[in-house]
Design a protein around this ligand. Structure first.
Ligand code: LHQ
Length: 260
């Protein structure tokens, strides 16, 4: 059986990490299946939103530590796993010009936590938790953790999480601005599906360009960012969905967006 499950319906591609016996820890096979699913999300125009979650009681425990070669220090290049498995996944999520909703159904540790933080809208079950587990095994946070976490939570909280490796509850993560909403476990998946379904009916090009502008805001100064907004607004203004949005508003009816 594959290590991820996918399902496509009503504009939403659902990706479920599916190695529940190891808390959905990533091995090379799962990482490449995830990369392929994200490629489908990018290339298939019928996909207008992505929903990411995990099977069983965890979201993901990060790297499958049993699949890392047990070599003498210096003999094995751990960086190659980061480059081959995780970096392409994080880039694909950020470069995908469609919204990615992440439903964190349980513990998210190591690369599993940072994968969630790279998504666009993160919902967490009340019992979910986040652990920057890297420091406990002598590694540094990867999968864009050192990029997003200080920006989301602030430097002091990011440092504390990363240097101590303590478990952060979903409620704490919410208060620190790491997640959009905390939801009762029984309702998490349905609410995440509803949200992804709602996003899939929205002006996909406009949402995608919004992601592009937000990505650019991380490295631009104000002038450069104003220029980005001008250029992307020009592009958004040429979409059929913009024309439909304005027509529907003026006619006092609900818009029907095609995602173009
Ligand atoms: C696991 C794992 C796991 C294998 C639970 N691997 N089996 C990048 C590049 C290259 C190398 C290294 O890493 C990276 C990036 C990273 O992600 S580094 C961080 C890797 N992740 C961790 O260090 C987390 C390790 N896991 C844990 O600390 C705990 O399992 C957590 C806190 C996530 C959950 O604790 P519990 O709820 O108490 O569950 P458990 O520990 O009993 O785990 C259940 C099973 O899952 C157990 O197997 P078993 O056969 O005894 O039932 C674990 O061995 C297995 N498992 N995480 N990462």
């Amino acid at each position: 059986m594959s290590s991820i499950l996918t399902d496509q319906a009503e504009g939403v591609l659902s990706i479920t990490l599916h190695r529940p016996e190891v808390l959905n820890a990533f091995n090379a096979e799962m990482a490449s299946a995830m990369q392929a699913a994200l490629q489908t999300a990018a290339s298939d125009a019928a996909v207008r939103a992505v929903l990411l979650t995990g099977s069983g009681r965890a979201f993901s425990a990060g790297q499958d530590l049993a699949s890392v070669p047990n070599a003498e220090p210096g003999e094995f290049d751990i960086g190659a796993i980061v480059r081959g498995q995780y970096n392409p996944i994080i880039r694909a999520i950020r470069e995908l010009e469609k919204p990615v909703v992440c439903a964190v159904n349980g513990v998210a540790a190591g690369a599993g936590a940072n994968l969630a933080f790279a998504c666009d809208i993160v919902l967490a079950a009340r019992e979910a938790s986040f652990i920057q587990a890297f420091c406990k095994i002598g590694l540094i946070p990867d999968s864009s953790g050192t990029f997003f976490l200080p920006r989301l939570a602030g430097f002091a909280r990011a440092s504390g999480m990363m240097l101590l490796g303590d478990k952060i509850s979903a409620e704490q993560a919410y208060q620190w601005g790491l997640v959009w909403q905390v939801i009762d476990a029984a309702d998490l998946l349905q609410q995440a599906r509803d949200l992804a379904g709602r996003l899939a009916t929205q002006p996909t090009r406009g949402l995608g360009l919004t992601k592009r502008a937000l990505n650019a805001s991380f490295h631009n100064d104000l002038t450069a960012q104003l220029n980005v907004e001008e250029a992307l607004q020009r592009e958004a203004g040429r979409t059929r969905d913009f024309a439909e949005g304005v027509r529907a508003f003026l006619a006092k009816r609900q818009p029907v967006f095609e995602g173009r």
